[in-house]
Design a protein around this ligand. Structure first.
Ligand SMILES: C[C@H](CCC[C@@H](C)[C@H]1CC[C@H]2[C@@H]3[C@H](O)C[C@@H]4C[C@H](O)CC[C@]4(C)[C@H]3C[C@H](O)[C@]12C)C(=O)SCCNC(=O)CCNC(=O)[C@H](O)C(C)(C)COP(=O)(O)OP(=O)(O)OC[C@H]1O[C@@H](n2cnc3c(N)ncnc32)[C@H](O)[C@@H]1OP(=O)(O)O
Length: 394
């Protein structure tokens, strides 16, 4: 039986959903993994001939079909696959699919119920639609990058979390689910133009909509939530670790001061901007006197909004996260976050198997989508598809 056939895990919310994900870098793989975690039958269409480097590290719960789309029988095979699929996720810059003869007008003509999700940096139209780019470029163009960074330093992109994943993979998955819901009423698919620039801009609606509230009037890195405030900051502890402080509201700020052994009557007002730099120095010198564990002992169980900054290892073994089973281990002993959010009746049941090898499931997928053994043999001898069976561990 396939690792994620509809019959295998009937309870999951997306079981029975057939998704084709054309292999891409980071955002589309997350999108596909989310759908797979919640039960969809996700096929990753990898390149044939196989490239030496596998780029998808988010292959959990997927199967892999290696197919050469550049040659007409390969493109024709994808057209057939799309005829039996609910969702196609494509991660190429605008024009690539059209050049392959696999644009939405072709595929949706053949399958009008298809949700055709196009996950790109700059979207399908506009001056940059055909330009290369990466997360940092998309965050920059959304306006958000200009807000990120410490005082007097250059803007700073927090890894590739914002555009690739929050504004890209996650929002694209949301678009797919919205389109699927709409399809239950109209019976029709639609094209999703998921631009990461717009995705991250949308995610940052709070930033846009709070511009007039006066909390962003100061330069980057000197405001309430961008590391300007002493009570919304990280501090180094005596053992070289860090604590995170998010004591915004006065009643929580009061508890922070109590934990630090400070008397609010002897301190400037919490919102006295001009005193923030000095307050930060004071907090920093106090935090530097104890270890992270000692600070946890003081603040755990209070409402001071003070938590340890955990390494990945420490996060996975932290008592709170363990109590909620927030991290899982696969059969390769690799630890990763459990799918979120938790659904009460039909939670995600993530696969605990290793990620698929490129081309590992080529034959079984083609059979499942209605190709005959003879057709598969022909595609194989023409080098349109590839097989990659894992070697038995003798
Ligand atoms: C910051 C991030 C990027 C993070 C990348 C990391 C995830 C990985 C980078 C390094 C990796 C590690 C490293 O390799 C070492 C290890 C290797 C090991 O195997 C695994 C572990 C590693 C540690 C490994 C781990 C990770 O993989 C890395 C750390 C981003 O910002 S990603 C977001 C990028 N932007 C987008 O996705 C937006 C939309 N896409 C684009 O704009 C373009 O695709 C892009 C990204 C600019 C690339 O442009 P490119 O010219 O290369 O492609 P396209 O124009 O889109 O065209 C695609 C062409 O490919 C042909 N094609 C596609 N499928 C097939 C097929 N099945 N058969 C045949 N041909 C195919 C298609 O026809 C196009 O051909 P043409 O160019 O001729 O039209």
């Amino acid at each position: 039986m396939s690792r994620r056939s509809a019959a295998a895990i009937p309870a999951m919310a997306l079981s029975g959903l057939r998704v084709l994900e054309l292999a891409g870098l980071a955002p589309a793989p997350l999108c596909g993994m989310i759908l797979a975690d919640f039960g969809a039958c996700v096929v990753r269409v990898d390149r044939a001939p196989r490239s030496a480097v596998a780029v998808d590290v988010q292959g959990r719960g997927k199967r892999s079909l290696a197919l050469d789309l550049k040659r007409p029988p390969g493109a024709a095979a994808l057209r057939r696959l799309c005829g039996g699929a609910d969702v196609l996720i494509e991660p190429f810059r605008h024009g690539v699919m059209e050049k392959l003869g696999l644009g939405p007008e072709v595929l949706m003509h053949e399958n009008p119920r298809l949700i055709y999700a196009r996950l790109t940096g700059f979207g399908q139209t506009g001056k940059y639609a055909k330009s290369a780019g990466h997360d940092i470029n998309y965050v920059a163009l959304s306006g958000v990058l200009s807000k990120l960074g410490r005082k007097s330093e250059n803007p700073y992109a927090p890894v590739n979390l914002l555009a690739d994943f929050a504004g890209g993979g996650v929002l694209c998955a949301m678009g797919i689910l919205i389109a699927l819901y709409e399809r239950t009423k109209s019976g029709k698919g639609q094209i999703i133009d998921a631009s990461m620039v717009e995705g991250i801009a949308y995610i940052s609606s709070f930033l846009w909509k709070t511009q007039s509230l006066g909390i962003w009037n100061r330069p980057r890195g000197e405001n309430l939530l961008d590391s300007g405030a002493p009570f919304y900051e990280t501090y180094r502890t005596s053992d070289g670790k860090f604590m995170a402080v998010g004591a915004l509201e006065p009643q929580f700020y009061e508890q922070l001061l109590k934990g630090l052994g400070l008397d609010s009557d002897k301190l400037p007002d919490q919102l006295s901007f001009s005193d923030w730099p000095e307050m930060k120095k004071m907090f920093a010198s106090i935090f530097a006197k104890k270890t992270q564990a000692e600070w946890c002992h003081i603040f755990d169980g209070t409402d001071a909004c003070v938590t340890p900054v955990l390494s990945f290892d420490d996060a996975a073994s932290h008592q709170h996260n363990k109590q909620r089973s927030s991290f899982i281990k696969n059969d390769q002993e690799e630890i990763s976050p459990r799918p979120a959010p938790l659904l009460s009746r039909t939670p995600a049941v993530p696969s605990l198997k290793r990620d698929p090898f490129i081309g590992e499931h080529t034959e079984e997928i083609l059979l499942e989508y209605g190709f005959t053994k003879n057709e598969i043999a022909q595609l194989y001898s023409d080098k349109i598809i590839e097989f990659n069976k894992p070697k038995a561990n003798l």
